[in-house]
Design a protein around this ligand. Structure first.
Ligand code: PMP
Length: 355
């Protein structure tokens, strides 16, 4: 820490991203990436951008992609906001919509980036504990607040809040923005996007990183009332930032034009998730019901940190959080059937050997 740092920077606790190992022979089940590549149509569309026109700036409004997302989700183009991954969309939302005199509410166990944004933007927040079975209970949000944010399905628990409960929450807080972070909604959940035209306080954020297998391209978006979108655009334009580069704009739009590939890969991941959950339950794990492309599981007889380390020795990386209440859980991203079969085999070996 140097004397040149501003007081704010001195107080920040930065986010620690999941490991991106340099070795290629690992089974990587630690950062919820999609094991299947993006649609071939995405790659084709991107290649079309890699010519002479790269000398030109991209469309600062990303109009073509906004139109594609708006058409896909049945909203107006003025209701779509774009960012470099949903992390950037969330960052702008924290600055534009979630800072008020009353505290921002979010679950005590949720996406660990939220407190980081609060630190960055000086937002007062209050953690709302999950229930004993790791669920969000909307009654617990009946308290004075400036805004509410939560992931749905929640991360890292993978548990889904029904869209009916989301709607009740919106009705109970008509004066507050309710931001639903739907990074994992395509793996069995029902999106709240259908509610945006009835609830001007709803902002839904989604990403192309998971269900569309484009984590490396960095594309996320928000959908809400045009008034909320205008606030996000105002913050973005204050950074003079382009939403996305040319290749990302083209690739992302192409992804929405290949519905068959999207459905097929989501279905495959869900099927593998159900198979892995069952296999782990048979080994004595408690697996929380998952509506995401990962599962959250603990074993009553084995220490999670030791299990994670032992798996790593066998070249399988999963995620372990040293956080109160969840430090006995492992978060395991759903890989291909072959990768999950290797995980099951490794767990069998470890559990009978005892770690
Ligand atoms: N929200 C949640 C709940 C997440 O887990 C993630 C992924 N770490 C993100 C948002 C951000 O994803 P991306 O920036 O790749 O869109």
């Amino acid at each position: 820490m140097s004397q040149f740092w501003s007081p704010l920077v001195r107080t920040l606790t930065p986010y620690v991203p999941g490991e991106q190992p340099k070795l290629s022979n690992l089974i990587k089940l630690n950062t919820n990436e999609n094991p299947y590549g993006p649609s071939p149509k995405v790659l084709q569309a991107m290649q079309g951008e890699l010519g002479d026109t790269l000398r030109l700036y991209p469309d600062p409004n990303g109009d073509h992609l906004k139109a594609a997302i708006a058409a896909y989700h049945g909203v107006d183009k003025s209701q779509v906001f774009l960012g470099n991954g949903s992390d950037e969309v969330l960052a702008h939302a924290f600055a534009a919509l979630l800072k008020h005199d009353a505290p921002l509410l979010f679950p005590d166990i949720s996406y660990s980036f939220y407190p980081v944004y609060c630190g960055l933007y000086g937002i007062d927040y209050r953690l709302v504990p999950l229930t004993a079975d790791f669920a969000i209970n909307i009654d617990d949000y009946d308290q004075p607040c400036g805004a509410i944010i939560f992931p749905n399905p929640n991360a890292p628990t993978a548990k889904l809040l029904s869209v009916e409960a989301v709607e009740t929450l919106l009705q109970r807080h008509p004066q507050q923005v309710v931001l639903v972070d739907e990074a994992y909604i395509d793996f069995g959940g029902v999106s709240a996007i259908a509610l945006v035209n009835r609830y001007p306080n709803l902002l839904v954020v989604q990403t192309l990183s998971k269900s569309r297998s484009l984590a490396g391209l960095r594309v996320g978006f928000a959908i809400g009332h045009a008034d909320l979108i205008e606030a996000l655009e105002r913050v973005k334009n204050s950074f003079n930032s382009y939403p996305l580069d040319k290749a990302a704009l083209a690739g992302a739009a192409a992804s929405f034009a290949d519905e068959a590939y999207f459905q097929q890969t989501c279905r495959a991941i869900i099927a593998t998730r159900e198979h892995l959950s069952q296999a782990m339950e048979q080994m004595g794990f408690e697996v929380l019901p998952s509506a995401a492309n990962f599962i959250f599981a603990r074993h009553p007889d084995y220490d999670a940190a030791q299990l994670a380390a032992a798996l790593r020795e066998r070249s399988i990386i999963v995620r372990h959080f040293k956080q109160n209440r969840i430090d006995q859980f492992l978060r395991i991203s759903i890989g291909t059937d072959k990768e999950c079969a290797a995980l099951i085999e490794a767990l069998h070996a470890l559990l009978s050997l005892s770690v």
